[in-house]
Design a protein around this ligand. Structure first.
Ligand code: ATP
Ligand code: MG
Length: 514
């Protein structure tokens, strides 16, 4: 075989192709087995610029034992949900926040996923959900902005709640927590009731803050706290919990103890509390009222195998509606976790583990002044203590620089800093540099990840859809390729391969299949 000169450095496109080590015309090699530094001399000899890649096979160590030392393994422990294949070595990559936490590889069961649109972040999260559900972990989607997790949650026999089409959520309904408090009784039951009251106070305060886009005054917070407690105690034995209109009525017609709390006279009370009453009224009569005024239409089932709160009908609503609903979803989700943990502490139920998924986080992080960053910050700091793992998904680390204040930006960066595992799908180089400030990445890693979304050539390729058997355009280059980073270790470049079932459950490109 004659070898081609591949270096085109000094050649023009019109130059004829040259061959190295080719015999000069008319010259015959007398010694056919003669060798040069570059291999056998003569026709077919010389340098090999292209070496054929040997065939690679994957097999168990039992099947491959006779082939040693040609078998290549990985020193990585095979711990966790199988997510794909190592792009470099071909070995199976296993990874999930629970197993890696239990194996002592990370200090908190948390994962942050970054990547440009459409490169498989949510699909990666679904692989985690399915893998972890198999290990008994309950997935909780605390606010699904696109409604894309409904398929997988239904598949797992879970509960899907939907907000935005007439469904309501009563933030004064202590729900699962009080039900658990009844079962527990005693001191632990009382503590849980107290927690449920605090949660309701926080929720009412958050809703007013979101609507006003600024924090409540100290006295307003105090007044809401007293009023909510009073209302919940009054309704302790009532068949239904109080609602926000009941709270507005109580604040407008206060008993003596509420007036005392404001430290003004009975005559001064109406004018003093007018701003708060106006805000509450505006909340009830504005777009938020449709979701938050009245009794809850459905509650999270504490025994569900999986839960998703689909808020996709609200996608195109204003920022205030969306942030209020998201805060309510998080609050409802964590109240359920709190109740489940209290039941297990009291020996009434087995300890359960939950995986919370917050996808499309770029959206709530842009809702300036709504206090969402604080809420989420508080949740993620406590996750480990509560037996909860979380997956935080957004497009770019720069989303964390888009908040209203520098303090909020810092808090948001903390989400990624605290994440035990950082997973990166295709991203631009400036985004990778920003991420590298939080989780250091090498130049090699950045070059690989930033190159994933560039096609090798202009060929239009199709693949056979495993579900329909029909040809459809191949996923974009880089789809399903992720870099899994654990601390300062070199990242694992992984190709996620979706199964037909996964594609059936979640295909955000389905509108493009003719
Ligand atoms: N590993 C993969 N192999 C082949 N196709 C994939 C893979 N991962 C995702 N896809 C396809 O790419 C499309 C986009 O995936 P997905 O919705 O998970 O991306 P995303 O990064 O979450 O997008 P967005 O930022 O818009 O939420 C889907 O149709 C999905 O089926
Ligand atoms: Mg997505």
């Amino acid at each position: 075989m004659r070898s081609l000169v591949t270096s085109a450095r000094h050649r023009k496109a019109t130059d004829p192709i040259e061959f190295t080590d080719a015999p000069e015309p008319g010259r015959v090699h007398r010694r056919p087995n003669a060798r040069s530094r570059r291999g056998p001399k003569g026709r077919g000899g010389g340098t090999w610029n292209w070496l054929p890649a040997p065939a690679t096979y994957k097999a168990t160590s039992v099947q491959l034992c006779g082939l040693w030392p040609f078998a290549g393994g990985s020193s990585r422990p095979v711990v966790g949900v199988p997510v794909g294949q190592d792009v470099r070595t071909g070995t199976t990559v296993c990874c999930d926040p629970f197993s890696w936490f239990k194996a002592g590889l990370i200090s908190s069961p948390s994962m942050a996923v970054f990547g440009l649109q459409g490169f498989g972040k949510s699909s990666f999260a679904i692989r985690q959900i399915l893998g972890l559900a198999d290990r008994g972990v309950t997935p909780l989607i605390a606010g699904d902005l696109k409604g894309e997790y409904t398929g997988v949650i239904n598949f797992l026999g879970g509960q899907v709640l939907r907000f935005g089409e007439g469904q309501r959520l009563n933030v004064l309904d202590p729900g699962a927590m009080v039900a658990a408090a009844h079962r527990l009784g005693g001191e632990r039951g009382e503590q849980l009731r107290e927690l449920a009251m605090n949660r309701s106070v926080t929720m009412v305060a958050s809703l007013i803050q979101i609507m006003r886009r600024r924090r409540l005054e100290d006295w307003e917070h105090l007044l809401i706290s007293r009023a909510v407690r009073l209302l919940l105690l009054q309704h302790a034995n009532a068949p239904v919990p109080p609602t926000l209109p009941d709270l507005a009525h109580l604040l407008a017609n206060p008993p003596a103890e509420l007036i005392v709390a404001t430290m003004v006279t009975t005559e001064e009370y109406p004018s003093f509390t007018a701003p708060l009453n106006r805000s509450l009224q505006a909340l009830l009569e504005g777009p938020l009222g449709r979701t938050f005024s009245g009794q809850s239409t459905t509650r999270i089932d504490i025994d569900a195998t999986a839960v998703s709160i689909d808020i996709s009908p609200l996608q195109r609503q204003g920022e205030d509606v969306l942030s209020a609903v998201l805060v309510a979803c998080w609050s409802e989700t964590f109240a359920t976790i709190e109740a489940a943990n209290a039941l297990s502490d009291g020996g009434l139920e087995a300890q359960r583990h939950f995986l919370t998924i917050t996808d499309e986080m770029w959206r709530p992080m842009r809702l300036a002044g709504a206090g969402l960053v604080d809420q989420y910050d508080a949740i993620t700091r406590l996750n480990r203590n509560d037996g909860v793992g979380n997956i935080f998904i957004t497009h770019s680390p720069k989303d964390m620089e888009s908040m209203g204040s520098a303090a909020d930006n810092m808090k948001a960066k903390g989400f990624a800093e605290r994440s035990g595992i950082v997973v990166t799908a295709a991203l631009s180089r400036p985004d990778l540099r920003a991420l590298s400030d939080i989780k250091p990445m090498s130049e090699d890693e950045m070059t690989a990840v930033s190159g994933w979304n560039t096609p090798d050539d202009w060929t239009q390729r199709t693949v056979r859809d495993p579900r329909t058997g029909e040809e459809r355009p191949e996923p974009p280059p880089g789809a399903g390729k992720v870099l899994i980073k654990l601390g300062q270790r070199t990242g694992i470049q992984t190709q996620v391969k979706l199964t037909a079932t996964e594609l059936d459950l979640h295909d955000t490109n389905s509108r493009w299949v003719s």
